[in-house]
Design a binder for this molecule. Structure first.
Ligand SMILES: Nc1nc2c(ncn2[C@@H]2O[C@H](COP(=O)(O)OP(=O)(O)OP(=O)(O)O)[C@@H](O)[C@H]2O)c(=O)[nH]1
Ligand SMILES: [Mg+2]
Length: 336
């Protein structure tokens, strides 16, 4: 279950350019990108496995078509990546951000109103248990009516769950990318500041990226790319920051498994209990979970292998109630 992100934004804002920079120039429509993680690198160096497997994000480019069709594509995503143009003539990323959010709000308003009609009919036909759902729908409508995205509506988890079947889009976690020309690197200047402030109020992180430059950097070897990055004072890969921001926005943490054939990073919902994390590794493991043996990246790097830690009695033993933490290295004991 990789986290999936949909690119949204007005025509020509650089979505396809960013898509290609992220997943490779040959891809079309959908592609996968590794989530960079220096801890995985350290584990791999210590253990020397045959394979190193990164956690991945699934990226979906905005399809050609009407605004409605493009928004429909975002309904299936876990995270929405809003790409704004801050290059070329008369850039107006702030206006674009407002425009995208308005599109999301209008799409959701249509879904919510349709549902209110259905639920209202059902209640008149005697289904009084719909009252709680109707109450949440009315609150959502009132919020959307003022032009605000649902992300900023304060709902209890069980209230939000009532809206889930509607596949609303303005309640998805969002990340904003200001796509700048290279003269605005690294921080995007005043244009980006204004976007950052508005996006922050709407619950979104903002990143400044030159998608065109990132695409070109991807075609260079590491040394040349590093030098060019320095010229633009780019501290780290813009794409790495994007992948990580999507990861965080999607509410995911990373845990690791470190065995002989494979050292691997796994996605896991923040706060998930150990059996659920085990189910990420293998679907049967959730049911068959017995216990988790847990250590940290530092300890494993120092000891060289899980076996060495186990032999020294230095693996922590955790049960079903343990909540897996970001950076844990885990071995799951399962029954059969
Ligand atoms: N200077 C500059 N040009 C860019 C950048 N990103 C994209 N472009 C150019 O802008 C044009 C549109 O980019 P696309 O990536 O196709 O835009 P899009 O958002 O996919 O557009 P639609 O799919 O039509 O909505 C292309 O000519 C790109 O080369 C950038 O960061 N800097
Ligand atoms: Mg495109």
């Amino acid at each position: 279950m990789p986290v999936s992100v949909a690119l949204v934004g007005p025509q020509g804002s650089g979505k396809t350019t960013l898509f290609h920079a992220l997943v490779g120039a040959g891809a079309e429509g959908v592609g996968m990108v590794d989530v960079p993680d220096h801890r995985l690198q350290r584990l791999a160096e210590a253990v020397g496995p045959r394979r190193v497997v990164h956690a991945q994000v699934r990226v979906v480019d905005a399809p050609p078509g009407s605004r409605a069709q493009r928004i429909a594509a975002a309904r299936e995503a876990d995270v929405v990546l809003e790409v704004l143009r801050a290059f070329g003539p008369d850039p107006d990323p702030l206006g674009e951000l407002q425009g995208i959010d308005l599109d999301l709000v209008l799409a959701d308003l249509a879904s919510v109103e349709k549902r209110i009609e259905v639920v209202g009919r059902e209640m008149r036909a005697g289904r009084k248990e719909r009252v709680a759902e109707l109450e949440v729908l009315e609150r959502a409508r009132a919020h959307l009516d003022t032009g605000q995205v649902l992300r900023t509506l304060d709902l209890e988890p069980e209230e939000r769950a009532r809206l889930a079947p509607l596949f609303l889009v303005s309640d998805r976690p969002g990340v904003v990318v200001v796509n700048v020309s290279d003269d605005l690197l690294p921080d995007g200047g005043g244009l980006a500041d204004r976007v950052r402030s508005l996006a922050g109020q709407r619950g979104c992180r903002t990143l400044v990226v030159d998608a065109q430059l990132e695409l070109e950097l991807g075609e260079l070897d590491a040394v040349d790319a590093g030098q060019l990055r320095q010229t633009y004072r780019l501290a780290e890969g813009g794409l790495e920051a994007v992948a990580r921001a999507v990861w965080d926005a999607g509410g995911l943490i990373t845990f690791f498994t470190a065995g002989e054939p494979e050292v691997r990073a796994w996605p896991c919902p923040r706060g998930a209990p150990a059996p659920l994390a085990a189910g990420v590794v293998h679907s049967d493991f959730e049911r068959l979970f017995i216990r988790a043996e847990v250590t940290s990246v530092d300890e494993l790097v120092e000891a060289g292998s899980m076996e060495a830690l186990r032999a020294a009695g230095r693996l922590r033993v955790e049960g079903r109630d343990y909540r897996v933490r970001d950076g844990d290295v885990v071995f799951f004991r399962v029954g059969r």
